[in-house]
Design a protein around this ligand. Structure first.
Ligand code: 9MG
Length: 311
């Protein structure tokens, strides 16, 4: 399956079209998680943390990751909010250091003021787990010509896992995503990715219902992002209490999502994802609508657009 994401200004790998700059890819692209929160990297101070983050980014780039998602505030259940200036102090040095790297820079933030500064510093898209509910966030993305990932979350990160409740989780989440996409596009945001928000105000049953209904969401007009990396549902399904041990389960879930048409998978173990998705694509399993073809069909988001070695 081929996907498209339109930018209002130039972005790495995007081609100029009458509608803007279009980034096209086949199969699922990997969005590598680059958290720059104090618990993510070395405790040797800001400089050491920046060097660690850049080394991690470089390793992901070399592995073929095409999008990096830079986050300066944790969205884990119960995580404490971080002031905007602190979040900016964490993400801006990373964006500035990577802006001329040939990779799409996404910024994971809920704050319009952080998004605005990040986009000015060279980021290309915004990953907003609050689904662009804030009209100011829509304005910021529209003015910067930046597409956004619109995610569904019931409640907020502090309370979302207390007692998630839906009458019909699939209808409510898909309806919400369609409505938020319309609001964003009407406000001038050039394009959106949609994300059902696995683990954000959902029980295991809610998550499973959404994952089973993924083909319905991916049949729609917008590319779909799935992020299940190291989340609790992997523990519920496979008894893996420690988050750091959940990469194999994550990978299985994300390969399933890719087969169901997901355009992007967001992962910690990004290099392993690139490798596994390439194998899946080579076997013809990344796209059920097309039989296994010659190797040139592998020029997907899974591998970088300039990677001609396997063409
Ligand atoms: C920041 N973040 C954590 N989990 C996520 C998910 O599932 N999707 C998106 N878009 N962002 C996430």
């Amino acid at each position: 399956m081929t996907h498209r994401l339109t930018f209002g200004r130039p972005a790495p790998g995007a081609q100029r079209t009458p509608r803007g700059w279009e980034w096209r890819w086949t199969g699922a692209a990997v969005m590598g998680i680059l958290n720059v929160t104090p618990d993510s990297f070395s405790d040797g101070g800001r400089h050491a943390a920046l060097q660690d983050a850049l080394a991690a980014a470089q390793a992901m780039r070399e592995a073929g990751v095409v999008i990096l998602d830079i986050g300066g505030e944790s969205t884990r259940p119960g995580a404490a909010p971080v002031p905007a200036h602190e979040e900016l102090d964490r993400v801006l040095p990373v964006i500035r250091a990577l802006r001329s790297a040939d990779v799409l820079l996404s910024v994971d933030t809920m704050k319009p003021e952080v998004a605005a500064e990040a986009l000015r510093a060279g980021a290309h898209l915004i990953n907003d787990v609050t689904g662009l509910r804030d009209p100011q966030m829509r304005r910021v993305c529209a003015e910067a010509g930046a597409p956004a990932c619109v995610m569904h979350m019931q409640g907020d990160p502090q309370t979302m896992q207390a007692a998630p409740h839906y009458a019909d989780v699939v209808a409510e989440v898909h309806g919400y995503l369609r409505a938020q996409a319309r609001e964003a596009l009407d406000a001038g945001v050039p394009d959106v990715l949609l994300d059902p928000g696995i683990g954000f105000g959902k029980t295991l049953e809610h998550n499973l219902s959404l994952l089973r209904a993924l083909p319905d969401l991916t049949a729609g007009p917008h590319p779909v992002l799935i992020g299940a990396s190291r989340k609790r549902l992997i523990d519920f399904m496979a008894s893996v209490p420690h988050a750091a041990d959940r990469d194999p389960g994550t990978l299985a879930l994300h390969l399933h999502a890719a087969r169901c048409g997901a355009a992007v998978v967001r992962a910690h173990a990004a290099a392993a994802h690139v490798q596994a998705l390439r194998v899946q694509a080579a076997l013809g399993g990344g796209d059920r609508t097309r039989p296994p073809g010659p190797r040139r069909t592998l020029d997907s988001g899974v591998m970088h657009h300039t990677d001609t070695e396997r063409a």
